[in-house]
Design a protein around this ligand. Structure first.
Ligand code: URA
Length: 192
């Protein structure tokens, strides 16, 4: 267990727990406000993220930023963004269960330090791992589920919305529901 972000980051950046370390350019630890009440969790870095060492910096990241901005959330201000795995799976394949098993302790440590009130799962991979293994994004998106004192919500992955823009209005509804839930349960997010 870590008591500060600096030592957590230092150890994480040296991680060799799985084979993804052999092919990474940069480890993608996460970005945002380390005291945020709202944590977003994606799947894993893609090519752009691997190059820059930051999550969601490609096209899907630009779309994510638009949804965030719509409800007054900003990655450098009042939220934090991380992924299920911190290193890029080659060819943009899904991270394997084994890779997520190896990596999840880093996310747990981040969550312990941050103590978010709400965790938003971006897409099936993080929703099935963090909310429930049978989670179906198309059926359960936008629903808040309490687990261990944290509210979890799954929504569409921005890359999936780029592939299937028909779901964009549904995703927008999820973000509006998120804004309402933040106003109900978080004291600092819209005050900082
Ligand atoms: N997709 C993700 O799930 N995470 C990123 O950081 C970028 C794309």
């Amino acid at each position: 267990m870590y008591s500060d972000w600096e030592s957590l980051k230092k150890d994480c950046y040296n991680c060799h727990r799985c084979d993804l370390c052999n092919t990474r350019t940069n480890l993608v630890f996460g970005v945002g406000n380390e005291n945020a009440e709202v944590l977003f969790v994606g799947e894993g870095p893609g090519a752009n993220e691997d190059m820059q060492g930051k999550p969601f910096v490609g096209r899907s990241g630009q779309l994510l930023d638009k949804y965030l901005e719509y409800i007054d959330l900003y990655r450098d201000k009042n939220i934090y963004i991380a992924n299920m795995v911190k290193c890029r799976p080659p060819e943009n394949r899904d991270p394997s269960d084994k890779e997520m098993d190896c990596c999840i302790e880093w996310l747990r440590e981040q969550t312990r330090l941050m103590r978010p009130k709400i965790i938003v799962c971006l897409g099936r991979i993080s929703a099935q791992r963090l909310i429930g293994k049978d989670f179906k994004v198309t059926q359960q998106h936008g629903q808040f589920i309490e687990k261990g004192g944290i509210l979890f919500m799954g929504t569409f992955h921005p890359a999936a919305l780029l592939r299937n823009p028909n779901n964009k209005p549904l995703a927008l509804d999820d973000f509006i529901a998120l804004r309402d839930k933040i106003k109900e349960t978080c004291v600092n997010t819209y005050e900082v």
